[in-house]
Design a protein. Structure first.
Length: 484
């Protein structure tokens, strides 16, 4: 309960009135009744919570049909009502007359007075149940010890002592909610409260953790707030007085059962969940790292391919520069060959203007009239006897040397023969047939000046390059004029 009726008062009440002075009337008002109605909950809610003790007390009715029970600090009488409904001859004791008003209205048997004094006055082994629901946190420790020692004296063999109190294992209860009631003295740990009955001779003691949220019991995803406030906010110590086996076995199942949530269990679940999250985070981090490594590897491969592409581009650029250089070189050679071709063309033009070319014009006309492959072979000697004779001599070194020695005595004749040789080499019959392979069906065509030469060159299939043509012409001239 939440009023000062559980605090041990001086035997001489007049001394207390002198001490309290103007505050002596505060204990007679309805402050704690209204306070408990506001914070403790409705009557039906409290009766539902207290039903957890029925499996402990009902089996005792089999051993003690007319069982008596006393509730110390009965308050509004919720537990008295449950005991009476279960079949017990129950009596309640409380100091606060305002609290007892509800009990009188319900027809419950109650008495106003000090609970421990009333318990001490009871005969030995007269009670089956002694209960103190939310009383022990209001009294001094010596009074708590007196309550337990008097309870084991007054209980029948196998009788139960039930003490319920706020649970300091719940961090929110221990640090905040407990001190909401100004009459609370100090939280009592479950281990301490359960030790006291064991010390005074009770045969077995059970801790019941109570009023935890059903949602937290089955929840896997425990949060930090659940650790702070999810532990059972209340607990009770149920102690049984020694008795024969027939009585004690009635409660074996209740004493073997586990009740509520401990701080260790809920914090362990929280640690497990945190470890799982850490493992998941580590797994995701490893996967991310693996993906990053793969991305890095792909980036390196891309960089390598880019470098290869750059190298190939550089090679292509170098080749392009080489081709450009070759193109420039070929262009330079082409220009040089054009100059040489123009030079040779000019020589041919000059040759066509020469006297020898005009003198031999009748012979060329006869050749064109007698053109053809067979006639050209038969009349070759007739068309060009001088040229054949000269070529015959030139191809025989000994004969050529002899003729040169002989002709050296006739300089003018030698000069004339050399002129004829040069004209023959540059004539269309010699140049076109020796340097350029002329088809026989076009051999009868004449080259009248530059226009004729250009027209003939455009209709011929050249089998040799310009360089080779010029080289052959140069070699023929050098061979013909080599021995001056």
């Amino acid at each position: 309960m939440v009023d000062n009726r559980r605090i041990h008062l001086p035997e001489n009440l007049s001394d207390l009135k002198n001490i309290m002075g103007p505050f002596q009337n505060l204990g007679n008002d309805d402050f704690y009744r209204v306070f408990e109605d506001h914070y403790r909950g409705s009557r039906e809610l409290i009766k539902g919570r207290l039903s957890v003790y029925l499996p402990f007390i009902k089996p005792l009715l089999q051993a003690y049909p007319d069982a008596a029970a006393i509730d110390l600090g009965c308050g509004r009488g919720e537990w008295l009502e449950v005991l009476t409904s279960a079949g017990f001859q129950s009596v309640g004791v409380d100091l606060d007359q305002g609290m007892l008003r509800d009990c009188h209205d319900l027809g419950l048997q109650v008495m106003q007075g000090d609970a421990i004094v009333y318990l001490s006055a009871l005969p030995d082994e007269s009670q089956v149940v002694v209960s103190a629901i939310h009383v022990v946190e209001h009294i001094a420790f010596d009074q708590l010890r007196a309550l337990v020692s008097q309870a084991i004296r007054a209980l029948k063999p196998g009788g139960l002592l039930i003490m319920e109190t706020p649970n300091p294992e719940n961090i929110v209860v221990a640090t905040r909610n407990f001190y909401l009631d100004p009459t609370h003295q100090r939280p009592i740990p479950p281990e301490l409260l359960s030790f006291i009955p064991d010390y005074y001779g009770f045969s077995r003691v059970k801790i019941l953790r109570l009023q935890e949220s059903p949602e937290i019991v089955g929840r896997e995803n425990i949060s930090l707030n659940d650790v702070l406030s999810g532990v059972s906010p209340d607990y009770a110590v149920v102690a049984q007085k020694p008795a024969d086996e027939l009585v004690t076995t009635l409660l074996d199942e209740c004493f073997a059962k586990e009740y509520g949530l401990t701080l260790d269990s809920i914090s362990s679940r929280y640690d497990t969940r945190i470890n799982e999250r850490i493992a998941e985070a580590e797994s995701r981090a490893q996967q991310s790292e693996a993906r990053a490594q793969q991305s890095e590897a792909r980036a390196q491969q891309s960089e390598a391919r880019a470098q290869q592409s750059e190298a190939r581009a550089q090679q292509e650029e170098n080749r392009a520069q080489q081709f450009e250089a070759r193109a420039k070189h070929l262009e330079s050679l082409l220009k040089q060959k054009e100059y040489e071709a123009n030079d040779w063309h000019e020589q041919v033009v000059q040759m066509h203007k020469s006297t020898s070319w005009r003198v031999t014009a009748p012979l060329r006309a006869v050749r064109r009239l007698l053109g053809g492959s067979r006639e050209s072979r038969i009349l070759s000697m007739l068309r060009d006897p001088t040229g054949h004779a000269i070529r015959y001599v030139v191809r025989r070194p000994k004969l050529k040397s002899f003729c040169l020695r002989l002709l050296s005595k006739f300089p003018r004749l030698l000069l004339r023969l050399r002129g004829i040789r040069t004209e023959q080499l540059l004539s269309d019959s010699f140049v076109m047939r020796q340097a350029i392979k002329i088809p026989r069906e076009t051999s009868h065509m004449s080259i009248p000046g530059n226009a004729g030469a250009a027209s003939l060159a455009s209709n011929l299939e050249l089998e040799l390059s310009i360089d080779e043509i010029l080289m052959r012409i140069r070699n023929e001239l050098e061979q013909a004029n080599g021995h001056n």
